[in-house]
Design a protein. Structure first.
Length: 286
């Protein structure tokens, strides 16, 4: 079984053995090679950008109000708290007039570093497409070929005609859930919600955080489930609705970079030894 962070001698030994045998392999290559979950009780280990997932649960490929996309990636695995959240949010979408949700990446079967993501390592992050599903009977091939809609204008300063009131209602439903720590969106969407939200009910807006690369989907991050030892909670969001701070993303942030500014070297890829020692135990059973 996966033990708490205070009782990990076995995990340390396993991780050391795996690290020695893995040679130059990255943690991403080691975790991506596991196509099934580990035989442990479900447990999120570490933090979103440096962790893993024991006993991952698979979001069914299709449900009454959702479809998992890009099935070939095998990234529709998560902690049970995340699977329940996705199903709940998809039902909220249906109540708002959508057929449901197209669900993107959650995590790999055993979590860990994921190609194309800095986080999504503990089964507590999910990408949800901004596309209102026209239908929920897509074939596997269609799920690989269909692209999510872009809601950001060409100049990156405002939303385009794809953004609707129903998107704002869905985002409010997503952020109002107490399980949610924060939600990443493109900055113009954040500012559109700031302009239209009720003056009396704006607490949920603080969880909506601008970030690059989220113009066709929103990224939900959950808090650690109650009592989850070894799971590291994300920092709390700053106080307030965050609307004034979001202006930077469509003004100064879009200015050309200073050509004379020193360049930050890229971070090296994570190795197994960079992750919590328990991740060696998660990875070791084939």
């Amino acid at each position: 079984m996966i033990r708490s962070a205070r009782a990990i001698p076995l995990a340390i030994a396993l991780a050391a053995g795996l690290a020695a045998g893995a040679g130059a392999q990255t943690a991403q290559s080691l975790f991506s090679a596991r196509s099934t979950p580990s035989p442990h009780p479900p447990h999120a280990i570490g933090q979103n950008a440096r962790g893993c997932l024991a006993g991952g649960v698979q979001l069914p490929e299709s449900g009454p109000t959702w479809q998992a996309m890009r099935l070939g990636r095998n990234h529709n695995w998560g902690h049970p708290a995340m699977i329940a959240y996705v199903e709940d949010l998809s039902r909220s979408a249906a109540r708002l007039g959508w057929k449901g949700l197209y669900v993107g990446d959650i995590s790999q079967p055993r979590g860990g570093p994921v190609k194309g993501h800095a986080s999504h390592q503990t089964g507590l992050d999910v990408d949800v497409w901004f596309t209102p599903p026209p239908r929920l009977d897509l074939s596997r091939r269609e799920r690989e070929q269909l692209s999510a809609i872009n809601v950001r204008s060409a100049d990156q300063r405002s939303v385009n005609g794809n953004w609707t009131k129903s998107h704002e209602a869905l985002m409010q439903a997503a952020a109002s859930d107490p399980r949610v720590n924060r939600i990443f969106v493109t900055a113009p969407a954040k500012l559109a919600m700031c302009a239209n939200a009720s003056r009396r009910d704006r607490a949920w807006l603080g969880k909506i955080r601008p970030w690059w690369g989220h113009n066709d989907h929103f990224h939900v991050r959950l808090n650690c489930p109650p009592g989850a030892q070894g799971c590291v909670n994300p920092d709390p969001v700053p106080a307030g609705d965050g609307c004034q701070e979001a202006v930077w993303w469509v003004t100064e942030a879009l200015e050309p970079p200073d050509p004379n500014a020193p360049k930050t070297p890229p971070k090296p890829p994570l190795r197994l030894a960079d992750l919590p020692p328990q991740c060696g135990e998660v990875l070791s059973p084939k």
